[in-house]
Design a binder for this molecule. Structure first.
Ligand SMILES: Nc1ncnc2c1ncn2[C@@H]1O[C@H](COP(=O)(O)OP(=O)(O)O)[C@@H](O)[C@H]1O
Ligand SMILES: [Mg+2]
Length: 363
């Protein structure tokens, strides 16, 4: 770190981040609150794998886009080494773009079909000055491919369509790795590949963490793979953190009624019935959220208070927060206290962002 202001700061941090879409003056419906007062941080010194899990529409990709600095919060801050990403410019921005590498859901979209695979690897290698000279870059590209279990001779010189989906995705992991990032942000990296390849790709992501000390943010709608590779998990429901902690504790002993429902539904005899398709009772529309807990309409334990106000995050035990009044005997979580990665929201109202009718807060 070069600037004193960032010293000791987490590598990446979300501080009370809310993201709204729509709901402006000309809109005939309320805003969609895609993310609602979400806070957590990824430290530099303990490389970990953090899963962000949630159903389709829970705000995962919105979160990823903000962590990558390609979208900005409506309220709250995304900080890179302690500095608001909006203010990260020039050489610092370049360093950010090297240190935080994305891997997206559909690798095919990341490729230009007219260029050989080599292009997607050598271009960033040159841009970020990964090697000195052509031969050095070629060597480093080959090493990166080998790290993710690909044979350079069978991969380089080919076109994207000549590789399998799993190979294409592994090239993307190799690409991320080539730049020696601090964090890899993988948004549903295995949801488009078939089951047999899933394990291999997850393995290579795990290797990056264990052997190379890269932190991983693993975004998924699938609790099973989250459990397989992660250290910590943050469960999202309609844009809010409902529960977070070590993956072992959260999955083996879920506390939030929503997490409990998810965990119960894991061993699905019907393979077509996936997690993202839980029967949604009530209105899944984010805009319809009232003042209470967003899960109240589906919750088997619903109490009167749940419809009146939104619960804070309670710290039920060390390294665990749960967003549910069932745990109101526990202290309200206040600061960096879950597995070193979580910063609990402040107690400011979760609904403080209901927009004035005359202004659009959408970006
Ligand atoms: N650019 C956008 N404009 C309007 N609404 C959006 C936009 N991006 C996402 N949303 C809405 O925000 C919510 C969260 O979406 P998203 O982050 O893509 O969820 P996930 O990745 O978990 O499926 C959804 O209701 C989605 O329709
Ligand atoms: Mg998504």
């Amino acid at each position: 770190m070069t600037t004193p202001e960032g010293q000791g700061a987490p590598l990446l941090e979300l501080r009370n981040v809310t993201k709204q879409f729509g709901g402006g003056y000309f809109s005939n419906r309320g805003p969609t609150v895609a993310l609602d007062n979400v806070s957590f941080s990824i430290p530099e010194d303990q490389p970990s794998i953090t899963a962000i899990a949630g159903e389709s529409g829970s705000g995962k990709t919105t979160l990823a886009r903000m962590l990558l600095g390609i979208a900005f919060p409506t309220a709250g801050n995304v900080l890179y080494r302690g500095k608001d990403l909006r203010k990260v410019k020039g050489s610092e921005r370049r360093e950010f773009r090297r240190e935080v590498q994305p891997i997206f859901q559909d690798p095919f979209e990341s490729y230009n079909p007219f260029y050989k695979i080599d292009h997607v690897l050598t271009t960033p290698a040159r841009n970020f000055k990964v090697g000195s000279g052509k031969a050095d870059i070629k060597r480093k590209v080959s090493e990166a491919l080998e790290t993710v279990g690909l044979q350079p001779s069978e991969t380089l010189g080919r076109y994207p369509h000549q590789l399998s989906g799993g190979q294409r995705q592994r090239v993307m992991v190799a690409r991320a790795l080539l730049l020696k990032p601090k964090i890899i942000l993988a948004d549903e990296p295995v949801s488009m590949v078939d089951a047999s390849l899933r394990a291999t790709i997850l393995d290579s992501i795990r290797t990056l963490n264990r052997d190379l000390g890269i932190s991983v943010i693993y975004i998924t709608h699938d609790l099973t793979t989250a459990y397989q590779i992660s250290d910590n998990i943050i469960v999202l429901y309609r844009g809010s953190v409902v529960e977070a902690g070590s993956v072992e504790n959260v999955i083996k002993n879920p506390r939030h009624p929503y997490t409990q429902l998810l965990v119960q539904s894991i061993p699905q005899p019907d393979p077509k019935k996936r997690w993202g398709e839980l029967p949604i009772q009530g209105d899944a529309d984010h805009a319809a959220a009232g003042p209470g807990c967003k899960f109240a309409d589906r919750c088997p334990h619903v109490m009167e208070i749940c419809n009146q106000q939104a619960p804070p995050l309670y710290e039920t035990e060390p390294n665990r927060v749960v967003n549910c009044f069932l745990y109101k005997a526990a202290p309200v979580a206040v600061s960096n206290n879950v597995a070193g990665i979580f910063v609990a929201p402040t107690t400011e109202s979760k609904r403080s962002l209901a927009p004035p009718a005359s202004s659009s807060m959408a970006r």
